[in-house]
Design a protein around this ligand. Sequence first.
Ligand code: NA7
Length: 547
Amino acid sequence: MVITSETAHATSDKAIATYDAIIIGAGFGGLYALHHLRDQMGLSVRSFDGASDVGGTWWYNRYPGARVDAPSSPFYGYTFSQELVDEWVWPETQSKQSDVLAYIEHVADKFDLRKDIQFDTFVTDARYDEDTQHWTIETDSGERATARFLVCAIGALFVANKPDYPGIDDFAGDIHHTGRWPHEPVSFEGKRVAVIGTGSSGVQVVPEIAKTADHLTVLQRTPQYALPARNKPLAEEELDQYRKDWSELRASMRKRGGWPFRTSKLAPADHTFDERQERYEEMWERGGMHMAINSFTGVYTDEDLNEEISEFVRSKIRATVNDPETADKLMPSYPFGTKRLILDNGYFETFNRDNVALVDLRENPIEEFTKTGVRTTDGEHPIDILVLATGFDAVSGSMLKLNPKGRGGVPLKEKWAERFDNNLGMTIAGYPNLFMIHGPGSPGVFFTMPLGAELQTAWIESCLRHLDDANLGSMETTEEAEANWDAEVTGIANRTLYPRADSWYMGANIPGKPRQFLGHLIGSRYFDRLTEVAEAGFPDFTFEDRR
Ligand code: NA7
């Protein structure tokens, strides 16, 4: 493909490097975008990332116990290169963070991606110039660069949520957020540790810390459902099976919403209570996400079925935790699956250890931190290390942190003050030639993210080709299209039980964040829509001639 290259673009300021496209982010999304735009389309591309190497989320989230929560690791890899699929050996079904990072590093080496990525560089500003139809970015070192297209692959789980408890800054011990974990090993040996947060990160890190800490206090705001991960080594023959059937699997992942499995077609009403319990038991034994995908149809929409599964999981927690009072505190009450489902490697068993205590923050809220610990309404908890597993300002947070200035210099924070308006989860009215990967309103975390990024980047290519074919300078979605998109995304979510939970999917984990469902739940429909929009010549967009 030969899109008119920008290397020859005339700029009045010779000091500013000019590219066809600037990509922010070198995680799964940004790396693929770089490969595709540079190597498949022949564009000049510069990528920036605040981290010191590739990996994005997987570079930052290196806390002990961090693992993939996909049904099996091969589905958490890219799908675009059969050679890559053939040569990579995933060690386990739910591979460790270090193995995922090794995979991403291998991809960067294989496709020689690092040479066009500037690491340790945060993009602090991005502005659209209506006259030149270019974006100019500025970095934390004051450097600037400009490009026709800005691709924001800046992570659905990037902006760490750090609670602002009274006195927390006075705490004299170490504080580590799971999403900003240090690169040097953190020793818990002989230490008194507190963990705040019991989402995926908390549930993964707690059993690991408990193994060596002198004492661990888990500070829990909301008890969670967690399903046994049943992680196991992946045999070479199993990997070969994936490799052999890869193109079929990829098509199936695309069609079925991220994972290549049919969801259960069993209607709960066709089965007796005992038969349903047997099925739940079978799914529990299979582990992973099977309970949600394979038990019965309607897990996310049928209130009675959902409550029955919720109660089944509660009964498993009761059966695992020896102390009934602790078990009571661990009982989740929101509808099963409506917060991110957690895969567990011994979390509930951890509460049977003598060195672990659970504090229910709903009963005994945190009053303050002191130099030496944390005080809840039931007393002092002396600690040496505080681990914040308190999650992220998810999906919209990283775009708001970047806060690009669009037409008329309008900052995104202003546009998104009430709702995260956009079209197709990728484009924003007033922000021409800007594309988001895994933005709000796209399947993002509800789909397999590497494949999602590949499919979204293919759509970006169709946009760029459309512009180039007609010698157009910019494309921009409309506010009307944004309203329609919001109605579609919200409408789908409202037909499910998801809005019932105070989850990060709903933006409900961050004080003051607008309550809005942040993802498109039907990945197959979403990617069909991208294709239709491109084939129809982008009906929901306006264009300007190239200047
Ligand atoms: P999550 O899933 O957002 O979990 C964060 C946890 O921290 C959750 O239990 C929160 O309770 C708790 N939290 C958040 N803020 C506070 C305050 N202020 N006080 C007490 N407790 C708090 O983040 P994770 O990092 O675990 O997982 C994010 C994704 O990463 C995950 O879904 C995977 O896709 C990978 P809450 O439930 O909000 O009451």
